[in-house]
Design a protein around this ligand. Sequence first.
Ligand code: SF4
Ligand code: SF4
Length: 440
Amino acid sequence: MKNQKSTRRTFLQNSSLVLLGAGLSEKNLLIPQSETDRQDTPKIKEYRRLGRTGAMVSDIGSGIPYNETVLKAVLNAGVNFIETSESYSNGRNETMIGNVIKNFEREKLFIATKANPEYRIFKSADDIIRRTEESLGRLQTDYIDLYMIHQAQNLVAVKNDYFHRACDTLKKNGKIRFTGLSCHGTSWYEEPKESLEDILMAAVEDTRFDVLLIPYNFLSPEMGERVLNACKEKDIGTMIMKSNPVEALEYYDNIVRRGEELGHTDQKDYDKLKSLMENAGRFFELYNMTDIEQIKDGAIQFILTNKNVGTICCRFRNFSDIEKYVKLSGTTINDRIAKILFDFKEYLGFLNCRIGCNICEQACPHRIPVNTIMRYNYYFQSQKMEKEAMQYYHQLKSAKPGLCNHCEGCCEMACPYGVATQSLLTIAHENLSFNDPFLT
Ligand code: SF4
Ligand code: SF4
């Protein structure tokens, strides 16, 4: 039962929601006017209701801000949703956000941060409350709009009593307004019990989470759409990650156009990947494509077309990213782009491991966590988070794909999507363990 007696909390809920929901498109959202608020920069055109929080958030949100200058410009473009975590750069990402948002009208922003049980285990409710206070200090704010469990790995994490008790206290004290949960995938090799979908659906059924952070993209949308529909039923807000699984042209350029070797990739794997890439070249010729920006735009529009989506967490690394993402606000996919995405999946789907899938891991004699490693490589290649990706990989307590060169590729035979698993794992290993003396 919600505590309606808390005046501070009631104030936070009522005043912020009204302000967030009213007139965002009619007046300048934020105070600072600077060189980052250029007149020719596109502005956010659509704000969506974030489920039962009632907040109206920009359909294009900011996932893990990159630096202060870019974040200022992102906010001045009308983005009002920022997502981070205590664990990103050991809290420095929160500090960077704090340095920016202190100069903006706080009540017009929606700030989500997360407590990560992998980064530091949840020792008690008091421990989580202490961590929230630390986040508040770094963010230089009196309250966090959305406080989340970061990367729930199993059903036990969804029900974590420490987290829920801490959140009850934090809400009563006006330190947080809403609670949420994210799940990127499971440690299936350690605990082959629950799938990503099981965990997200359990969070929906739990009733205590106001918002979920959900992986969803055009390559394998079915799971995401089931979770989004379930969230809609319970009026749970939704944030989307892993929206853009597109890194094809780089492979095509390297392998086909430049004929580059791929590090330690076995010759037979390399030849196979090369032949697949040459075949995929027909896709680029068909659409006369010299870059894949329109596919990346289409991937975002595919998600925006789903009205059960609240906001997409986009990573703005520079001013070009602001142009690229913000101009998509308020748009939806058209038939031509839908056809391009369909063909991309047909021709180049073999380059992307599907979100939350663990099917082939059961076939691996070494229990290599294929999906997790592919996800880390996605951070490395697509999101350009090389350092973090290598750190995650280094911490992974499992067999690594250094073993794949001597295997017949049972995982690849088991993959229903035709992913070139063996070659991609070898490339991922090369990327993620580069110069790491602890990995072979
Ligand atoms: S190639 Fe073999 S060792 Fe490597 S992940 Fe696949 S099944 Fe496992
Ligand atoms: S390689 Fe295929 S079967 Fe294996 S996790 Fe990825 S999508 Fe699933």
